[in-house]
Ligand binder design. Sequence first.
Ligand SMILES: [Zn+2]
Length: 203
Amino acid sequence: MDRLIEGFRRFRATYYREHHDLFATLVKRGQSPRIMVISCADSRVDPELIFDTAPGEIFVVRNVANLVPPYALSASYHGTSAALEFAVRSLRVEHVVVLGHARCGGITALLQPDMDPRGDFISAWMTIATPARERALAAGGAPEVVQRACEHEAIRISLGNLMTFPWIRERVRQRALAVHGCYFDLETGDLLQLGTSGRFEPV
Ligand SMILES: [Zn+2]
């Protein structure tokens, strides 16, 4: 905890002080981010850092492997779906970005012949991306090629799952909301965006 307390003190003495007006405005007017980002919990992939955004600019939910589950009404606890509901229906964001990344541990686990059966939650969560695993393995190649293909496919699946939410589908149809797929390459520092060609291209 000492590391965090020290960091907080630095933040308060510098960033918070220098941006006091911004925080005061955000307190007074509330938040009105125009963009939601769904990213991995991976400690190396920080959306605010990568996109160089200020507080109040992007609404972020992070989970294992930046997955969007399909729309499902059940008694389970739907953390990502709840965040989507708040961002889209209450904040009325105009963009939802699924941000994947290279060397994703969740995707690596998904590609193992047998995911660790001792786990309580991860293997069940990662089944959202099972079709990505199948497609990447079918395409073949070296392990790093399969890994990257699976990471890209998982983003496509999440984008497809976004459209299973009726209020997202409706807002996209009205052109009030757009969904995007992005991929951060840790090794090169490149950001790729899923284009209309269906491929991930450097921005
Ligand atoms: Zn990850």
